[in-house]
Design a protein. Structure first.
Length: 90
């Protein structure tokens, strides 16, 4: 995986869940790293979990390659975000 010098490691946990596939979130000491597991590539570094989840929501809509009205996009975005966050709450 790119983004870190060879030999440099941090203690981390992993969040792997079918609801966020094909992504996983690495929990490090001071950040959350969103990783595309198909490309084994980090997509972003976040200071809190909420922003990593928002990125997954945006990526899900972008990968759908559909045409939206602004209201339709916002509704779809919120539906995906709520689906992700509700799975965390339950």
């Amino acid at each position: 995986m790119r983004g870190r010098q060879k030999g440099q490691t941090k203690r981390m946990s992993m969040i792997k869940d079918p609801i966020i596939a094909p992504y996983e979130i690495q929990v490090e000491e001071d950040q959350f790293v969103l990783v595309d597991t198909e490309k084994e590539k980090p997509l972003g570094y976040y200071s809190d979990l909420e922003h990593a989840i928002l990125k997954v929501s945006r990526m899900s809509l972008a990968n759908a390659k559909e045409e939206y009205t602004l209201a339709g996009f916002i509704e779809s975005f919120n539906n995906i975000k709520n689906k992700l966050t509700n799975s965390i709450k339950n």
